[in-house]
Write a protein that binds this ligand. Structure first.
Ligand code: BTN
Length: 324
């Protein structure tokens, strides 16, 4: 794992006007040598960032890029009592927080410009090119039993949708139970929740969120699901630092409400975004499969599926697909 250095971030900042800058002038601004600048440029290129370089003019970014800014993030979230770490690269932000061992009582957030082993649900992988998207995890202690957490992923999804409202998308975002956020049936956000129950009875939650922000295409053709990104939809580059801090503020407010009022306080809001409602669906959970009509959720956030004979099945976990 590598912490995101200020020299890497500032080099990108200098190049963000898309003009050419030579190694000496970048080095002078940052107080580093020309060869240190060259190493940074090489690193960015190895991460897949397109930088043109000519002997006479220096280096120029091909398209807009702004890296995560730890100072901005910490300042914007200074009222929240939490530890924040920004990685240049890490295996997985969820695994990093999980492997810290006993998670301390202060909430922790870690973000990464790149994950080498980003995890999705059901052992899938999660891919995000360096510097384009948001990939982060939030770990905090919750005063709830594991059995009361069924609706948590929906609450997290609703907080993301609420934050994204500021962009006024031409069409509506929807939430596909239990935790995908879709735009016109294409995935733009994935949520992965790990629960750590300690022997002293304390439960910790690790919420991992991946948002396709500025990813314009998947060069390596790694992503198997249908996907889209905020910038593709809106046709403009999105400031990830601002989006992230807005989202954390909203997420914390939603999590507090969930902790004290439970999922029922969110049931009406969920109905506004339920992408499965009134659709024929299939729910896969382990080896069991349920097929029927999605008819909403109960007060715990469990999915209700009406079978052909009229019986209603309650699904507390699983992967859902609409049957065409
Ligand atoms: C899914 O839709 O399958 C869930 C994807 C979750 C991806 C995020 S990115 C940040 C965090 N770290 C991971 O390794 N995964 C989650």
């Amino acid at each position: 794992m590598k912490i995101l250095s200020s020299n890497l971030r500032e080099t990108v900042n200098i190049l963000s006007d898309l003009n050419y800058h030579d190694g000496d002038s970048i080095g002078n601004k940052l107080g580093i040598t020309r060869s240190a600048v060259w190493k940074i440029i090489k690193k960015l290129q190895d991460y897949g960032i397109k930088i043109n370089s000519t002997k006479s003019k220096g280096y120029a970014l091909e398209s807009t890029l702004r890296l995560l800014d730890e100072n901005y993030i910490k300042k914007s979230l200074s009222e929240q009592d939490m530890e924040i770490t920004v990685f240049e690269s890490v295996e997985s932000t969820n695994d990093y927080l999980k492997n810290l061992g006993k998670i301390n009582p202060i909430p922790r957030i870690c973000l990464a410009e790149y994950q080498t082993k980003g995890r999705g649900r059901h052992s899938r992988s999660w891919h995000a090119p360096f510097g384009q998207n948001l990939t982060f995890s939030y770990a905090y202690p919750i005063a709830k039993d594991v059995s009361e957490l069924a609706g948590l992923s929906l609450v997290v999804g609703l907080s993301v949708i609420n934050t994204l409202k500021e962009f006024n998308f031409p069409k509506k975002l929807s939430l596909k139970w239990p935790n995908d956020i879709l735009y016109e049936d294409k995935k733009i956000v994935g949520i992965l929740i790990d629960v750590v129950a300690e022997s002293n009875g304390q439960t910790y939650i690790i919420i991992g969120i991946g948002i396709n922000v500025n990813m314009s295409h998947d060069e390596e053709n790694i992503i198997t699901q249908k996907w889209d990104s905020l910038s593709n939809i809106l046709g403009s580059y999105i400031d990830r630092n601002k989006l992230f801090t807005n989202l954390i503020k909203c997420l914390i407010a939603y999590l507090n409400k969930f902790e004290y009022q439970g999922f029922s306080a969110f049931a009406d809001e969920f109905c506004l975004y339920d992408s499965l409602f009134d659709k024929q669906i299939k729910v896969l959970s382990g080896n069991s499969e349920v097929q029927g009509m999605a008819i909403g959720i109960n007060n715990l956030g469990h999915l209700l599926v009406q079978l052909a004979g009229g019986e209603i099945k309650i699904c507390s976990s699983g992967d859902t697909t609409i049957i065409k």
